[in-house]
Ligand binder design. Structure first.
Ligand code: IMP
Length: 190
C-alpha cells in the first residue's frame, strides 16, 4: 500500500507539484484540508527552516500522520539577504517585483546576484528532518515573462527569467524541486 503524506498547505499548485514528484516513489500526497486539519500557524521563525518546521508540527499535531511543509523566499546579495523569510510580506501581492526593482534601481549589473531558497520540513512523530534547495541567479532590470508567480518575472537564470520558462523547465532547476529531490533521496534509502 502507498505511504500517505500530508502537505501542510491548501495551495493547489504546491500540492500538484509535490504530488508529481513523490508519486513515483509510492507516496500519496494529500492536502491538510483533506486530512482534516484547519490550522494556519503564525510563521514567526527567523529562518526558512524554523518556519517550515512550525507549519509541519502544527499540522502533525492536528492529524497525527506524516507531514511535509515548505517555506521559501528570495534572498538578494546586495540587500544582505532581504527580503528572505519576509518575501511573502515584502509588498502587497502583485507589487513585489516593482518594489524590488525600485529598491535596486542603482545596483549595477555585476552586483545583482540573488538566490531563491526553499526548505522542506518532514515530521512523523518519530523523526524530524529539513531539506534545503537553492537556485542562484540575478535580478533583472525589468519584469519579463507571463508564467510563474511572485518574483519569477525579475529572477533571471541562465539568460531567462523564471516567468519565461514552462513549468517543466522551472521545475528542473528550482529551489523547491532541489529540496524535494533531497527528500526523495531520503525516502529512497529508507
Ligand atoms: P511561501 O513559501 O509560500 O511562504 O512563499 C514565500 C514567498 O516567496 C512567495 O510569496 C513568493 O513571493 C516568494 N517565492 C517563493 N518561491 C518562489 C518562486 O518559485 N518564484 C517566485 N517567488 C517565489
Amino acid at each position: 500500500m502507498n505511504k500517505k503524506i500530508v502537505l501542510a498547505t491548501n495551495n493547489a499548485n504546491k500540492l500538484r507539484e509535490v504530488s508529481a514528484i513523490l508519486a513515483p516513489l509510492g507516496i500519496d500526497v494529500i492536502s491538510q484540508r483533506e486530512a482534516g486539519a484547519n490550522c494556519d500557524p503564525e510563521e514567526n521563525g527567523t529562518t526558512f527552516a524554523e518556519n517550515a518546521m512550525i507549519k509541519a508540527k502544527a499540522v502533525y499535531e492536528a492529524v497525527g500522520m506524516p507531514v511535509i511543509a515548505d517555506d521559501s523566499g528570495l534572498c538578494v546579495d546586495a540587500l544582505d539577504g532581504r527580503p528572505g523569510v519576509y518575501s511573502a510580506r515584502y509588498a502587497p501581492k502583485g507589487m513585489e517585483c516593482a518594489k524590488l526593482l525600485d529598491e535596486m534601481k542603482d545596483v549595477p549589473e555585476n552586483k545583482r546576484h540573488a538566490e531563491f531558497r526553499c526548505v522542506i520540513a518532514y515530521v512523523d512523530g518519530n523523526s524530524e528532518f529539513t531539506f534545503e534547495g537553492v537556485c542562484r541567479g540575478v535580478i533583472g532590470f525589468r519584469e519579463q515573462g507571463e508564467n510563474g508567480f511572485g518574483y519569477d518575472p525579475i529572477f533571471v537564470y541562465d539568460g531567462r527569467t523564471m516567468a519565461e520558462m514552462t513549468d517543466d523547465e522551472k521545475n528542473k532547476i528550482s529551489h523547491r524541486s532541489m529540496a524535494l529531490k533531497k527528500l526523495c533521496d531520503h525516502f529512497k534509502v529508507e
